[in-house]
Design a protein around this ligand. Structure first.
Ligand code: SF4
Length: 413
């Protein structure tokens, strides 16, 4: 039975979609990410991604000036020449931002006009008006989809969907080999030229919970089968993921013992997590599997909120959260009221709201960080658990100081 989803239509409090550049430019090593935006976008990228200008990062912002307002299309051809000369990319992603979207820049046509026979320029809708930072990866993968070769009708192999770092990708390849699961590749892979073949016999195995739209397109446009399972977070999710994936290929595997051992290794973390009451505000679209992991780790999940929930794509996670209060697009004011009332032990919250919550004495964890950490599969379980236990331990160490007159005097001076 699936959990009931409440919908509150609260305002977005998430990081801008442009932030996905932070992990995707590193993942797709022969790419360049070009944002058509304003100084605000440039500041965001420079500050959030923390990359020095002299490091010549493979992303940049084409600044919209006032004079551009009168032009039908911004002229970016010279900039593309410069990017090609400096970086020799195989693909350029052209990302929209708030201002040109409000100006109604025709991005599809602009990207087409900038493309060259050997260098596609692909439009990626990613503005903070409509996309959270993790959803923008979905937009990038949708732009790549037409460049995935068509697989033969009998090519029954797995394509892992979602960007993970190289170490995690290697782990998944090794585990697949161990279980006898044939792998066609990853979308995205490290290079534009290495995109995996996808066809009607392909099993698409989503690694990230924020890729519902591209998964839907792979099913509709290529006839691929999208695996319905838990996402591979924590020992519980990882076991279900591999067992279901193997079953989709007609391979029977039993990973009960593997899961038991993985939980056993997490015991120092579980000792801290058991009995803790946790509340998720909404941010990265990873909330459902993270809450399911915490529930199975012995926590009580008071509320699991997410900016977007897809009943089909998230069906298994929703079923695993039966009995938990689940809210789509929550009203943050209501959540603050509930946090005051319920006094959770831990709140998982976004960049804008974490510090204010901490200022109110709440133990809060910055949810954006989950998107940047290697938390997938068997090898990522300890990192995942540690991300929840670290703020609890830090609070436990600091808490006695709140009653220490010397420390208090220092704070007041
Ligand atoms: Fe640029 Fe809009 Fe993102 Fe702000 S929210 S950085 S203006 S795209």
């Amino acid at each position: 039975m699936a959990a009931t989803i409440l919908k509150e239509d609260g305002a977005y409090h998430s990081f801008c979609g442009l932030t996905c550049i932070g992990w995707l430019y590193q993942k797709i090593k022969d790419s360049f990410f070009l944002v058509l935006g304003t100084h605000t976008c440039a500041h965001l990228l420079q500050n959030v991604l923390g990359v020095m200008v002299f490091a010549r990062p493979r992303f940049g912002v084409a600044l919209i000036e006032e004079a551009d307002l009168s032009k039908p299309q911004p002229d970016l051809a010279a900039l593309i020449d410069e990017i090609v000369a400096d970086h020799h990319p195989s693909v350029i992603f052209l990302l929209s931002s708030c201002t040109p979207e409000v100006m109604k820049v025709e991005f599809e046509g602009l990207a087409r006009s900038l493309s060259r026979p050997d260098l596609p320029v692909l439009f990626v809708p990613a503005s903070g008006l409509e996309y959270t930072f993790s959803q923008a990866e979905d937009s990038v993968l949708q732009a790549l989809l037409p460049f995935c070769p068509m697989a033969a009708p009998d090519d029954r192999r797995v394509v892992f969907l979602g960007s993970v770092n190289d170490a995690i990708a290697d782990d998944f390849r090794v585990e697949a080999t161990r279980l006898g699961i044939p792998v066609a590749g990853f979308l995205p892979d490290n290079h534009f030229s290495a995109l995996p073949p996808i066809g009607p016999a392909t099993i698409v195995a989503p690694l990230q919970p924020y890729l519902a739209k591209v998964a839907g397109r792979l099913a509709r446009e290529r006839g691929a089968t999208v695996l319905s399972s838990l996402f591979p977070f924590g020992p519980d999710g990882t076991r279900a993921f591999w067992e279901d994936l193997a079953a989709a290929l007609g391979i029977a595997v039993d990973l009960r013992e593997r899961e038991r051992q993985a939980w056993e290794r997490l015991e120092p973390h579980l000792a801290i997590l058991r009995g803790k009451r946790v509340l998720f505000t909404a941010d990265n679209l990873m909330e459902l599997p993270l809450a399911r992991f915490l529930k199975n780790a012995g926590c009580t999940v008071l509320e699991c909120s997410s900016p977007y929930i897809n009943r089909k794509f998230h069906a298994r996670e929703l079923a695993a959260l039966d009995g938990v209060r689940i809210v789509e697009q929550p009203d943050f004011d209501r959540q603050v009221h509930d946090i005051d009332l319920l006094q959770p032990d831990l709140v998982i919250s976004n960049l804008a709201t974490t510090n204010p919550l901490v200022g109110r004495g709440v133990v809060a964890k910055w949810s954006t960080e989950f998107s940047f950490m290697p938390i997938h599969g068997w090898s990522g379980a300890a990192t995942l658990a540690g991300m929840f236990t670290r703020p609890l331990q830090r609070h436990r160490r600091l808490d006695p100081l709140a009653h220490d007159p010397v420390w208090l005097a220092g704070m007041m001076s």
